[in-house]
Design a protein around this ligand. Structure first.
Ligand code: NAP
Ligand code: NAG
Ligand code: NAG
Length: 349
């Protein structure tokens, strides 16, 4: 009883003092400058210094945002990555038979790249390559196609990837897109061992080892530059409960891309695509304000390819990512995404 009373009094005390601050400042500021105490001047100067930095920072980012989404146009990546010889320049795309990967394959084929797909299902690869060739010819390009049947969740060693790259040695690869992956949703505790291993091997090892094996080739090419696009996810930009295995792998992919962006800047364009939601077989929901179709996502990513170390894709997806980072505390984030994962997990059953 007694202690409660003390607390109340303390709060009242703070409140009355807080109330007085604006009155004090107004009084001080409207009077002669000589009467402003030096300490207040110093504090105000420091605050305005940091305020100015923040304003400049926000302005710079806003200009970048508008430039990227509304001024920067599509690029001719074929012209940028083509070899100096007459031979075809190839884009190698892991998981190029479906969803985002398939759309990248179509977009690049329409620019003139010959397309090589690495995926699991041979029947599907052959039919999708025919589709890609068709789309390219409608855009006026006669392209070549090639493929390797690979299950990345079974390629455990860096030698396995070196062997894959070796089998592609006759192709002048000018553009590599690491994209293949599958999401495992649910509590980390509840994921099966097989799900965890598949995610780590197929998504993390694939990106690191395939890129490591392919890099010497990209660096030795007779060309102006080469391209490397890492298809990551917005889920890699924070520890995302409910998709934790995927989230840690995606953060690894993003770090790899951002680091290589700098290390290879003299010869290879490297961009990490922190993709937002896209309608595909793994995200089988109707499109909405934030969830776009694959062609919209890939167009935005190719626009930023080689220009930025990280891209979120469309302005809506970048805005969504920014608002999450800006307005959600870690606790809110955890709750929102965890609850969402529970719903999806329940729906899947
Ligand atoms: N969709 C989204 O909302 C979303 C959001 C953020 C990030 N992403 C990322 O975007 C990438 C592509 O996703 P998506 O939604 O387009 O997926 P998708 O439609 O399911 O397509 C996945 C592709 O990867 C291949 N693939 C999957 N597992 C493989 C394995 N173990 N070995 C070889 N190939 C394999 C599949 O080929 P087969 O048919 O032959 O197996 C297919 O071509 C992933 O890295 C994903 O994390 C997607
Ligand atoms: C491979 O792809 C074909 C065509 O899309 C499909 O009918 C078949 O079920 C797939 N095979 C496997 C093992 O997923
Ligand atoms: C694991 O999944 C079951 C339903 O399959 C659920 O009842 C349980 O709460 C989950 N465990 C954890 C730790 O979340």
């Amino acid at each position: 009883m007694n202690s409660n009373k003390v607390k109340v009094n303390k709060i009242q005390l703070y409140q009355t003092n807080l109330d007085k601050i604006p009155i004090y400042l107004t009084r001080k500021l409207t009077m002669n400058s000589e009467t402003i105490p030096l300490s207040a001047v110093i504090i105000l100067s420091i605050l305005s210094f940091f305020g100015a930095i923040k304003v400049l920072n926000v302005t710079y980012r806003l200009i970048g945002f508008f430039y990227r989404h509304f001024i920067r146009g599509n690029q001719n990546l074929y012209a940028r990555y083509a070899g100096t010889q007459q031979a075809a320049t190839w884009a190698v795309i892991t998981g190029g038979t479906d969803g985002i990967g398939l759309q990248f394959a179509k977009d690049l084929a329409c620019q003139g790249f010959s397309i090589c797909i690495l995926a699991r299902n041979e029947t599907k690869i052959i039919s999708k390559l025919a589709e890609i060739k068709d789309v390219a010819s409608k855009a006026g390009h006669v392209i070549q196609t090639a493929y390797e049947v690979v299950d990345f969740s079974k390629q455990y060693h860096i030698e396995d990837y070196a062997a894959i790259v070796q089998r592609l040695s006759s192709l002048d690869v000018g553009f590599l897109i690491c994209n293949a992956g599958a999401a495992a949703v649910g509590d980390f505790t509840n994921l099966t061992n097989e799900q965890v291993e598949r995610t780590l091997v197929a998504d993390a090892l694939q990106y690191v080892y395939l890129i490591k094996a392919m890099l010497p080739r990209l660096l030795l090419r007779e060309s102006q530059r080469s391209g490397l696009l890492i298809v990551g996810s917005g889920l890699g930009s924070f520890p995302c409960c409910g998709w934790l295995a995927l989230s840690i792998v995606k953060s690894l992919q993003s770090f790899l891309g951002q680091g290589l962006n700098y290390e290879l800047r003299h010869k290879v364009d490297v961009t990490s695509f922190e993709c937002g939601e896209v309608v595909t077989q793994t995200n089988n929901n109707p499109p909405n304000f934030f969830r776009c179709m694959p062609d919209v996502a890939t167009k935005a990513a190719l626009r930023d390819m080689g220009k930025d170390a990280v891209t979120c894709g469309t302005w809506r997806q970048e805005f969504r990512m920014w608002s999450r980072k800006t307005f959600m505390t870690i606790n809110i984030q955890n709750k929102v995404f965890y609850d969402l994962s529970r719903d999806m997990f329940e729906n899947k059953k």
